[in-house]
Write a new protein. Structure first.
Ligand code: ADP
Ligand code: MG
Length: 569
């Protein structure tokens, strides 16, 4: 064997580059991620000959300073990571500082960029991995990166590329994924002068999905939480359509092709065949994104939760059919409280509240001496439902004309809060003035300043005063009471970890999680009135059968079943 020798840079850089840039689509992916990391709200991708000839990605993001352009092209130079501990909580898509350097090793690169506050922008060009030009130019704010003649110096690699349409298809997959993941960013993909795909950046994920999935079948959302993560799941049934469904999965805004998620989805898919888009959100420290060269695989600290989230998503999507005995009709029939009961519905104990605004009369005390008045409620068909009691296990038992219904009050309350929060978050502006403004701790005030617009848009009103920053209003969230500062802190935490840009969506999910924690416990003793209000509020929900985590809310023992069991049929 020959003697050991360190490889010269032009050799090792190409070897390293091969891991990052495998084909045109990997360049498209890296450049799009850079644009997203730069906070762009508009990203356009233009390909020639499937990207084999030219790839141009332009964005309106924060831009690169003239002086820093050569650094951007250097290996291991990044603006996204500073020290080893940052690796524990990566919140950007890039962090290794490899992409542009790798591209320069295998193609000609040209970058034009200008930061918002710079009068002039800069241009830099490379050929054969060397900088050939670096000058000041006039250009728009943002960054435009052009990659030409990919792999021209590596004929063996070039041979492995597919046809132009094959390469285009791969790039289109990435762009579609990022568009679904970032509905507030408008994307445009153009190939040889023809527009292939575009989104309007309106922030509506469902709208993006309708562009990607086949027309016809309804697209259903379901949101589920487990101890350490939340899952926003979109599903389109493929019942009656042959072939495998489309699966897109994202972890903290990063598209991943992860074996754990895949096997959980395929287990779920056996029960419910269709197209899936899954968005997992969790603390960055609970997932290691740094185990794969293209960052496609990740390692979860609590992989079991992935399975249980998907299992619950399937149950929730599959319901109501999956809870035996409850048909959509029987539980959907609107339940009305008789006039006397409605007037006398009392305010419930503090900390939880089933009332709609019509009934909320703060300060009224619970009066339980007239329980009998409330013991019966009528539904539209004149059939009555009566509350029989709460058993020692905490479950509520109701008698209905069709049979007995047993309700888990905690799960029911979670469902009610969840839907109220969701619907109030969907309304444009819902603000609740605080009687006493809350003065924020300076650190909290600083953090809040960073997300000023998002907070303001969602209903937090903050004002600089002599005594510091005062919080004057908070979002009013579906008649669920939160401690104002706790609400602000939780919202800030969510905004910091937010990667998909859709702040409203992120926020209401956070509030829903808080509401779940504040829901009545199984051990809470309910009065007759409360039990009846709970029944009514629950039946006003769109999805009364399962709690947001996918557990059943009610079980019905049909009269027919009882007869059978007692041997009378
Ligand atoms: P990484 O994304 O891992 O940091 P890259 O090689 O992809 O590494 O990019 C190097 C650096 O160049 C980034 O850290 C960023 O500062 C800058 N950069 C690259 N693309 C853009 C862009 N579209 N807008 C603003 N800055 C960019
Ligand atoms: Mg990058």
């Amino acid at each position: 064997m020959a003697a050991i020798m360190a490889l010269p840079e032009n050799v090792w850089s190409r070897i390293a580059a091969g891991e990052v840039v495998e084909r045109p689509a990997s360049a498209v992916k890296e450049l799009t991620e850079n644009a997203l990391d730069a906070g762009a709200s508009r990203i356009s991708v233009t390909l020639s000959d499937g990207g084999r000839l030219r790839i141009i990605v332009s964005d309106n993001g924060e831009g690169i300073a003239y002086d820093e352009l050569p650094l951007a092209l250097m290996y291991h130079a990044t603006s996204k990571l500073r020290e080893i501990s940052d690796l524990e909580r990566i919140s950007t898509l890039g962090y290794r500082g490899e992409a542009l350097a790798s591209l320069a090793a295998v193609a000609d690169v040209e970058i034009r960029s200008r930061r918002a506050n710079d009068a002039e922008g800069g241009l830099i060009r490379t050929h054969d991995g060397k900088i050939t030009e670096h000058l000041r130019i006039n250009c728009m704010q943002g960054t435009r990166v052009q990659i030409s003649d990919l792999f021209s110096g590596l004929p063996a690699r070039r041979k492995f590329l597919k046809s132009a349409s094959g390469e285009l298809r791969r790039s289109a997959v990435f762009i579609r994924e990022y568009a679904v993941c970032n509905p507030s960013v408008s994307f445009m993909l153009e190939h040889d002068g023809k527009e292939i795909f575009s989104t309007d950046g309106s922030g509506e994920r469902q709208k993006v999905l309708t562009k990607i999935w086949p027309e016809g079948a309804e697209i259903q959302p379901v949101n589920i939480q487990s101890q350490h993560m939340t899952l926003e799941c979109w599903f389109q049934s493929r019942a009656g359509i042959s072939g495998r469904g489309d699966i897109m999965s994202f972890v903290n805004g990063r598209a991943v092709n992860d074996p754990v998620i895949k096997s959980a989805v395929s287990a779920a898919g056996r029960e419910l065949a269709g197209n899936w888009a899954l968005f997992f959100t969790l603390e960055p420290s609970l997932v290691d994104v740094n185990i794969h060269p293209a960052k496609a695989e990740v390692r979860f600290r609590y992989p079991d939760e992935i399975y249980s989230l998907l299992h619950n998503a399937v149950k929730s999507l599959g319901s109501p059919a999956y809870i035996p005995g409850i048909t959509a009709e029987s539980a959907k029939s609107p339940v009305k409280i008789t006039p006397s009961a409605r007037i006398q519905t009392p305010q419930t104990r503090s900390g939880w509240n089933f009332h709609d605004s019509e009934q909320s009369i703060s300060g009224t005390k619970t009066s339980s001496h007239e329980e009998n008045i409330f013991a019966e409620i009528e539904n539209d068909t004149g059939e009555s439902v009566s509350f029989m009691g709460q058993n020692s296990g905490g479950y509520l038992v109701y008698d209905t004309p069709e049979g007995l219904v047993i309700i888990d009050p905690h799960a029911a309350h979670e469902r009610i809060n969840y839907e109220r929060i969701k619907s109030s978050a969907e309304k444009s502006q819902n603000v609740q003035k605080l009687l006493m403004p809350v003065i924020l701790h300076p650190t909290l005030a600083l953090e809040a300043a960073e997300f000023e617009t998002a907070l303001k848009d969602s209903g937090f009103e903050l004002e600089n005063t002599e005594s510091g920053v005062e919080m004057k209003s908070v979002p009013s969230i579906g008649s669920v009471d939160f401690e104002p500062e706790a609400l602000l802190r939780a919202s800030l935490r969510a905004l910091k970890n937010n990667h998909d840009g859709d702040t409203r969506n992120i926020l209401w999910r956070t509030w829903a999680t808080m509401a779940c924690k504040a829901s009545v416990k199984l051990t809470t003793k309910l009065t007759h009135d409360e039990a009846l209000i709970l029944w009514r509020s629950l039946h006003e929900c769109k999805q009364p059968y399962v709690c947001p985590h996918g557990r059943p809310v009610m079980i019905e023992l049909k009269n027919d079943d009882l007869l059978k069991r007692f041997g009378r049929e």
